[in-house]
Structure formats: structure tokens, C-alpha cells
Ligand binder design. Structure first.
Ligand SMILES: [Zn+2]
Length: 311
């Protein structure tokens, strides 16, 4: 049985980037960063699902950011079994690649960062951390190429790589090698590691933006475009056809607004402007239902329910 000690959680950085690029045209570099984040995230989620199929007892910690000797390192997936700890780096690359002198190239010649270097670094730092925590367990790491559309020419036979076609057998073998139970010490270690996780700053890699320059509107859940009014109660995304209740759409837009502009207050006027397509009456009703009103002579504003006392 698989016990998820630390779930992957949500990816605020990706979520914000997904909507920012509808509110404004991103520079090519930021757009590329977005596309690779989206792809990487999808690959990691896919791998999470595969790990859940393991039958022997093991502990999973996803998306860990840890620190040892003042050095940060990140682990996509960490799996603790009774005998070993596995570190996985998940790559959702597509296309034809080759390896030459330990360097990874796309077939047209461009070199990209070899994930082997990244995972060796994480593994070594993780060992140091284990030593610090006084745990002595063997650690192995693997790079998972999750996409069936990835092909690596001249892949080393003994490399730490696991390709799509091998995944089923790889996990079966891993499962067979794990014992039916993990120890109390391992459970303790898992919780300790989860407590050491550093929360990433979602703004760290976002492009610059100002309120004024952003085109206003409610971005569709999938991040394809702004939603339009379909009927009295619903909005529709003209790109993907997603239908959404106005209230749920406005609440999503407010959450996004809050994340993008943590210093700005939620007001009726501001929400109307941010959402664009919703009437004043409707905005006010949604705010009154879902938030607490803080009355001020000049500009009243709304706060999440039960937070009024703190303000
Ligand atoms: Zn859509």
C-alpha cells in the first residue's frame, strides 16, 4: 500500500503563469518557460499515478525542496521502501535525442541540460541530509522519461534512465524488491523530511507585470482565453467550450487577483473591473455571500469570511 506523506499539492507558479499569459502577451522566453513548466507538471502528475499502483508498503513525498549546508535541492518524487530510498527526476521530453560524452543533445544539435547531473547533485545532497538526520539507508536515483514520444539514441545500458517502454517492468521490479511493511523509523524520517520542505516562492520566476498593463477578464480554467457571457447564470470559454457558473468563475478570478496583487483590497468596483463581464449587482451579491464586508467611510472592502477580526 502506498502512503502519500507529502502530496504534490498545487503549483501556484504554473497557475499564475497560465492566467498571466492570457492577461498579457509574454516574452518568448517566458512563454517557453510556461510551456515547459506545463509539460513537466503533467509528466510529474502522470508518474504520481503510476507510483500509486505499487502494492507493497511505501511512503511517498512529492515535490520536495530541501536544504543542507545552505544549499537548496529539489526532488520531484521521493519513495521510501523498507530497503531503499528512491529519488526520481521526471522528465517529460519528447522527440529524438542522443548522448555524447555524457552530454544530452536534441537530434538537431542543440545541447540541453543532462538530468543526470541534476539528479546526481540531488542524490549527493540528500545523502548528506540523511547523515545529518542520522539515518543510514541506501539511496538510488533514476531519471524517468515519462513520454512514449521520447527516444534516446545510444542510451547507456547501465544508466539510471527509465524509459516509457520500461516503466511497467521497472515498477514491478521495484515493488517486488520492497517489503510488505515500512518501519516506524522510516515513517518518522518521512515526516521529518516533509517538515523540512521549504515552500517555494511562486513569484520567483514570474515575468514582471503591473495591474494597469494587464487586459482584464476572467480566464478560463484551462488558461485558454477569457470567458464570455453565455446566459444569465453561466460564462463560456470561446476556445474550449468550458461552461462555468458565474459565481464560481468570479471566485476563481478573485483568488487569482489576490495571488497576483496581494496588496490590493477586494472591492466591488475592483472586482467588476478585474472580471469585466459581470454586472455590479451580481458582483456585490457574490462578494456578500462569500466574503465579509469591512465597512470604511471612503472605500469598503471584502475579506475572506472569519478573517474580519484579524484586520
Ligand atoms: Zn477554455
Amino acid at each position: 500500500m502506498v502512503i502519500v506523506i507529502k502530496p504534490r499539492g498545487e503549483n501556484i507558479e504554473l497557475e499564475l503563469l497560465r492566467s498571466l499569459r492570457v492577461h498579457k502577451k509574454l516574452e518568448e522566453e517566458d512563454e517557453n518557460n510556461y510551456v515547459s513548466l506545463e509539460k513537466g507538471w503533467a509528466g510529474e502528475k502522470q508518474f504520481d499515478q503510476l507510483l500509486l499502483g505499487l502494492t507493497n508498503e511505501c511512503l511517498i513525498l512529492n515535490d520536495l525542496l530541501l536544504k543542507v549546508n545552505n544549499t537548496l535541492f529539489q526532488i520531484d518524487s521521493l519513495l521510501i521502501t523498507q530497503k531503499k530510498i528512491f529519488i526520481f527526476e521526471v522528465k517529460n521530453y519528447e522527440g529524438d535525442y542522443y548522448i555524447k560524452d555524457g552530454r544530452l543533445h536534441i537530434i538537431n544539435g542543440k545541447e540541453i541540460k543532462n538530468p543526470l547531473i541534476q539528479i546526481s547533485r540531488s542524490e549527493s545532497l540528500f545523502r548528506q541530509l540523511l547523515q545529518e538526520l542520522k539515518f543510514n539507508v541506501p539511496v538510488v536515483s533514476h531519471v524517468i522519461f515519462i513520454s512514449p514520444e521520447f527516444y534516446l539514441y545510444e542510451a547507456p545500458v547501465n544508466g539510471p534512465y527509465v524509459f516509457h517502454a520500461q516503466l511497467g517492468r521497472f515498477l514491478k521490479k521495484l515493488d517486488a524488491g520492497a517489503a510488505s511493511r515500512v518501519s516506524d523509523g522510516q515513517i518518522e524520517l518521512a515526516h521529518k523530511l516533509a517538515s523540512l520542505h521549504i515552500t517555494k516562492n511562486p513569484y520567483s520566476r514570474l515575468p514582471d507585470y503591473t495591474y494597469e498593463e494587464l487586459e482584464k477578464g476572467i480566464v478560463c480554467k484551462c488558461g485558454c482565453s477569457f470567458m464570455e457571457v453565455e446566459n444569465k447564470n453561466d460564462l463560456i470559454c470561446p476556445s474550449c467550450g468550458e461552461l462555468e457558473n458565474k459565481e464560481s468563475a468570479v471566485l476563481r478570478a478573485i483568488r487569482e487577483f489576490n495571488l497576483l496583487f496581494p496588496d490590493r483590497k477586494i472591492t466591488t468596483k475592483g472586482t467588476m473591473e478585474w472580471c469585466g463581464v459581470i454586472s455590479k449587482k451580481r458582483v456585490r451579491k457574490i462578494l456578500l455571500t462569500n466574503f465579509d464586508l469591512v465597512k470604511k467611510a471612503k472605500a469598503s472592502y471584502y475579506v475572506p469570511k472569519n478573517e474580519k477580526e484579524k484586520n
